[in-house]
Ligand binder design. Structure first.
Ligand code: HPA
Length: 270
């Protein structure tokens, strides 16, 4: 899909055109990243045609442009989740607009539950790959041949190297792992978490995978970071709740903001 013409005209008129070093999406409770963006201009999603109005508390629902580590960025504060309306393509309009505004790289962030007790709440984990356990796909119904998106290196190897280097430079431990997407909005059962572990998952969560698929379809290079907010259901007694998820994400959000800034600083000019 091409982005909504009215949205593009409005975003251009309001100064959101790039080129941008990177577009970023902030996950649940991870709004601290937005505070690190200087010379910010912001628009509520509700003011932009074709943009969703996220309905989950902890999600801001605003698009910002500005400078992170001196580099031009677009930041999506909050995402629409597939579980809100059963629409896995809910972020297609915003991502298409970001691509059309001159962003070629996308850093996705999320909150997740960890299957590894050694990677506990507050840890940052770079996604190395994902498993789609939702039964959904944002490209169902897409008619073009481009729908057959290769996902072999869905999380771009060069961007992953940049993230590792950025973490080292910022003095932040960065684990790596496979993220399993469950549709939510209910949390997983302990048996589902055990299954995900047998299948090779290190993390479970309710987002990111549809955006990765859409972003690869749109031609972005993608990287993703998870902030672990809890041990997944049944892992050493893990019993996730939304309030806890938001609170831990808010505390770890400053580390995420530092990592994102160090990452963006390392990117070549767009
Ligand atoms: N499961 C799914 N999504 C999540 C979790 C979890 O344990 N924690 C934060 N988001």
């Amino acid at each position: 899909m091409v982005a909504d013409d009215a949205a593009l005209a409005q975003l251009r008129a309001e100064g959101f055109a790039g080129p941008h070093a990177c577009a970023l999406v902030t996950g649940t409770g991870l709004g601290a990243l937005v505070e690190a963006v200087e010379e910010r201009r912001s628009l509520a999603y509700g003011e932009i045609p074709g943009f969703p109005a996220p309905g989950v508390s902890g999600h801001g629902g605003r698009l910002h442009r500005g400078r992170l580590a001196g580099r031009s960025v677009l930041v999506f504060e909050g995402r629409a989740h597939a579980y809100e309306r059963g629409d896995a393509a809910a972020m297609r309009g915003p991502l298409a607009a970001a691509r059309a505004m001159g962003a070629g790289r996308l850093l996705l962030t999320n909150a997740s539950g960890s299957l590894r007790p050694s990677v506990g709440p507050g840890s940052l984990v770079m996604l190395s790959d994902h498993i789609n356990l939702s039964g959904l796909n944002p490209l169902i119904g897409e008619a073009s041949e481009a729908r057959f998106v290769p996902l072999t290196d869905a999380y771009d190897p060069a961007l992953r190297r940049a993230l590792r280097a950025a973490a080292q430079e910022a003095g932040l431990p960065l684990a790596e792992g496979v993220y399993a997407w469950f549709s939510g909005p209910s949390f997983e059962t302990p048996a589902e978490v055990r299954m995900a572990g047998i299948l090779g998952a290190d993390l479970v969560g309710m987002s990111t995978v549809p955006e990765t698929i859409l972003a690869r379809f749109l031609g972005f290079s993608v990287a993703a970071i998870s902030v672990v907010t809890n041990l997944a259901a049944g892992i050493e007694g893990g019993d996730p709740h939304h309030a806890e998820t938001k609170a831990v994400a808010a505390r770890a959000g400053t580390d995420l903001a530092r990592l994102a800034a160090a990452f963006v600083a390392r990117l070549p000019e767009p």
